[in-house]
Design a protein around this ligand. Structure first.
Ligand SMILES: Cc1ncc(COP(=O)(O)O)c(C=O)c1O
Length: 443
């Protein structure tokens, strides 16, 4: 592996040998660096960073973020349970999602989540019915559809009026009045989430201004309970040659108007915090030449990491073996029986051989969590270094392990808890977090 990446290839190799491949490995230190950069940029406004659990729900990763002081942003009761299991206080949890069921709402209200974000008038009917049945108070937010466009992949745009997300802008005041009329509810905030992998901060500013216009309208109508504006997640990262916004750019776009209105700021980053804190290690199974193409067949497929085949996303791939080798143009493909099963097409890589390990970079977000099962393949294990120590010694490092390789059919039968409950304690060989390139994640 090129030394300029800052990874310690020997440590990654030793993890691969210890737990097998494909394997996800996460760095607590890189997550901390990202968190601190954003936290510092927002220091002039009262704020809370609510980590979006959907990006990576690994319990070790959640514990790192909880210890930093983050809240959590969730979209299902499964994520609620994981967040609570990792130690997040219910009051620090934001729960969004267009299709929350009555039983999910019940569990969330019983737990006392901090911001139960209503996404439609119809959902509010159910929230009212559930709260009345429980006779329990609830803290509500309204997820607003601000009708703000973003330049990102069409599948990850969520803030335009044609999207399924959020209460339509012109219906927000009437929904808020219904919430305010219910004695069991407190309307604590307005929220938006514009999309994911957003590389321009201007839409955040426009959306924030639109939310503040609503706050003014609500105050004028006698609703003065709004404490915070939640500007959502979506901050883009640099995977390849993208120009990711800095935390300071983001803060400048959203913090001043929120501060001026005397409100606190919530945000829900997922990818920004964890994407570049994770690698997927895969082993080269075979080399193959066919139809004028050179193939590198590896043991990680689209079922383990879907972003290249689903979004045509570019992820850097680096060999873990030292040595200068000539470069060649190859397709890095997985073992699944579909031609769409690839990690990289027409990619320049040093000439790699069967049996060696490759690291797929930038796989900490939307990697393991959106894996699929197919052809009865096993699920990749994960090794997360969760201690703050910078030691690179395998003996001293502390890791948590979740999702030991298991048969996919068994995992399906136990969908919610199978990936983290009753897993053995694990302390495999370490990964040199201290030598990971902070700039990679922080840019
Ligand atoms: C409501 C909500 N908040 C936050 C996020 C996190 O987005 P990202 O990982 O791009 O920061 C998402 C993801 O799409 C989301 O749907």
């Amino acid at each position: 592996m090129s030394p300029s990446t800052g990874f310690d290839p020997a440590l990654l190799r030793s993890i691969a040998e210890r737990v097998g491949t494909p394997t996800y490995v996460y760095s607590g230190n890189l997550i901390r660096a990202q968190y601190h950069a954003l936290h510092d940029a927002l220091k002039d406004v009262p704020h809370r960073i609510c980590y979006s659990v959907k990006a990576n729900g690994n319990i070790g990763v959640l514990k790192v973020l909880k210890a930093l002081g983050a809240g959590a942003d969730i979209v299902s009761v499964g994520e609620l349970r994981r967040a609570l299991a990792a130690g997040f206080e219910a009051n620090s949890i934001v729960f969004s999602g267009v299709g929350k069921t009555a039983s999910e709402l019940e569990e969330a209200i019983r737990a006392g989540v901090g911001f139960l974000n209503v996404e439609s008038p119809a959902e509010l009917d159910t929230v009212i019915a559930v709260a009345r049945k429980l006779k329990q108070r609830a803290s509500l937010g309204i997820r607003v559809n601000p009708d703000v466009a973003t330049e990102t992949h069409p599948y990850t745009k969520t803030g335009e009026k044609t999207a399924k997300f959020g209460v339509p802008y012109d219906e927000v005041v009437s929904v808020a009045q219904r919430v305010a009329a219910e004695s069991l509810f407190t309307l604590r905030g307005l929220a938006m989430h514009l999309g994911s992998q957003i590389t321009d901060v201007e839409p955040y500013h426009r959306g924030t201004v639109k939310l503040l216009e609503l706050v003014t309208a609500l105050r004028a109508s006698g609703i003065g309970t709004i404490e915070a504006l939640d500007v959502g997640g979506g901050l883009g990262v640099r995977y390849h040659n993208e120009k990711a916004p800095s935390p300071r750019d983001f803060a400048d776009a959203v913090a001043p108007p929120i501060n001026q209105a005397g409100l606190a700021l919530l945000c829900e980053p997922g990818r920004y915090l964890v994407a570049n804190a994770g690698v997927l290690i895969t082993k080269v199974l075979y080399r193959k030449h066919a139809g004028g193409k050179d193939f590198v067949v590896v043991d990680a497929g689209m079922t383990d990491f879907v972003r290249p085949s689903h979004y045509n996303a570019h992820h850097e791939i680096v060999p873990l073996k030292d040595g200068n080798r000539p470069e060649e143009l190859v397709n890095v493909v997985g073992p699944i029986c579909e031609s769409g099963d690839f990690l990289a097409l027409d990619r320049k890589l040093p000439a790699v051989e069967a049996g060696e390990y490759l690291a797929v970079l930038g796989t900490g977000a939307y990697g393991f969590v959106v894996r699929r099962t197919s052809t009865a393949r096993s699920i990749p294990p994960r090794a997360a270094r969760t201690s703050a120590s910078s030691s690179s010694s395998p003996r001293k490092a502390s890791f948590s392990r979740a999702d030991p390789t298991r048969c996919s059919t068994r995992a399906r039968r136990r969908p919610i808890r199978s990936s983290w409950s009753s897993v053995p304690r694990f302390s495999p060989s370490a990964m040199a977090c201290s030598s990971w390139p902070i700039w990679r994640a922080a840019r």
